[in-house]
Design a protein around this ligand. Structure first.
Ligand code: UDP
Length: 409
């Protein structure tokens, strides 16, 4: 059954929903068009899948289009992604040409229907070239950590970004020197989606059984695309240290994203390294495995997100919402979600992750306390309703570029 706006009242309270309707009333005359680079896989698609219907229900005509690109283009944009995260990548002039050519192709084929055009991440950023011709309000929504970007890639992208009316970043640490306004909007999870809703115990057990997991033994889980920046090998190294003290299981579950060409190679490497231990479960999940991912997290004792770089890391909020303590790399948006020692632990190495996992496995009261804290932290800060409101407020702010305060009544 489709989820309706009203259903969120039970989670966030009627006032929050009333407030959304009031703000929507001020921006309803504008069509919002989202453009990104993949319909499924990764956090951006995850958010848009749920946000688009909610905005529509609020009366805002909202669309979502996906740019086209071949393998060569996505190899280039994955290198951009890594380089913007600060990872060393060789960026050649040919790669920049591939980006430009693909942008031209999408400029020819894309129908720009929105009054406000919200472009997600670097892959479609070049579409701004259409602005002089058609006008409209253009927003660049950056989901990645660009606090210390590779200068070659940033200097290439910056002239595009500067033409937008404004940019949106996930946290203040990612702010850039730009001549245009910057908004800070943290991402969010949908508490009512299949990924996050409450599940029957029997369903959780069935999923564990399906994947040959033992519900009686502790389970450490990381849900992530098979991406080096998510550090699956680091998680495995941490698990091996913990395993010396606790008879536990490790689940590394993930799928691919059509805009991430590196996934297969990383998965192969992870599988090879895991082959000697039957308690390491490497699960390649098809798209739309949301209920199963939900069950795997709910069946876990500890969730890890040991990223080396991270934009936000929705998986952290997804786990905290399920009252799981999370051990995460002290990077990017993970630092917003894990309050160290309160909702989980921030770590800097496999050894640190192992140390914290041992501490948590030894103390179920600590796990429970952190789980409860995490749930409240997400409820207050990282739910879809807050995110939708923030986007509508950005739309409103764009209409009042010279005002510091916009009155809603
Ligand atoms: N995810 C999924 N299937 C997978 C792996 C991940 O549905 O096999 C989801 C995960 O639950 C989360 C999103 O994809 O909602 C990943 O978002 P995150 O911000 O953690 O990382 P990104 O992939 O965008 O870097």
């Amino acid at each position: 059954m489709a989820i309706a706006l009203k259903d969120y009242e039970a989670v966030v309270g009627a006032e929050v929903i009333d407030e959304l309707r009031v703000v929507a009333g001020r921006v309803r005359h504008r069509r919002l068009q989202n453009i990104n680079s993949t319909p499924v896989g990764g956090g951006v698609a995850e958010i848009l899948t749920r946000m688009v219907p909610l905005l529509r229900e609020l009366g805002i005509e909202t669309s979502w289009d996906v740019i086209k690109g071949d393998q060569a283009f996505f190899n280039v944009t994955k290198a951009f992604h890594n380089a913007l995260h600060g990872k060393a990548e060789e960026i050649t002039e040919d790669m920049l040409d591939i980006y430009r050519a693909n942008t031209e192709m999408n400029l020819r084929e894309m129908n720009f229907s929105g009054d406000v055009i919200l472009i997600h991440d670097p892959q479609p950023a070049g579409l701004i070239l259409r602005k002089p011709e058609i006008g409209r309000k253009w927003l660049w929504r950056c989901h990645i950590d660009i606090s210390s970007p590779d200068p070659t890639v940033w200097n290439f992208l910056k002239p595009y970004i500067e033409r937008y009316d404004a940019s949106i970043f996930s946290m203040p640490d990612f702010a850039q020197q730009l001549p245009t306004p910057q908004f800070m909007v943290a991402p969010s999870i949908d508490p009512l989606s299949d990924k996050n809703k409450e599940l029957e115990k029997s369903y959780i057990n069935n999923v564990l059984e399906k994947y040959h997991l033992d519900p009686e033994r502790p389970m450490i889980t990381q849900i992530s695309r098979f991406d080096r920046l998510k550090d699956p090998l680091g998680v495995m190294a941490a698990y091996r240290i913990v395993k010396k003290r606790y008879d536990c299981q490790l689940v590394l579950a993930g799928g691919g994203a059509s805009d991430d060409p590196e996934g297969e190679a990383v998965l192969r490497e992870v599988r090879e390294k895991a082959a000697d231990d039957p308690d390491i479960h490497v699960l390649l999940l098809p798209p739309f495995s949301d209920l199963e991912i939900n069950a795997l997290v709910r069946g876990s004792t500890i969730v890890m997100q040991k990223s080396i770089k991270e934009g936000f890391g929705l998986t952290v909020s997804e786990a905290l919402w399920k009252r799981k303590p999370v051990i995460g790399g002290a990077v990017g948006g993970i630092k917003l979600q894990i309050i160290n020692g309160v909702t989980g632990f921030l770590v800097h190495s496999p050894e640190g992750a192992a140390h914290r996992a041992v501490q948590l496995l030894a103390d179920h009261k600590l796990r429970e306390r952190m789980g409860e804290n995490g749930f409240l932290h997400v409820k207050q800060n990282f739910l879809l309703t807050r995110h939708v409101k923030d986007y509508m407020l950005v739309m409103l702010a764009l209409e009042h570029p010279d005002e510091d305060v916009v009155h809603l009544d």
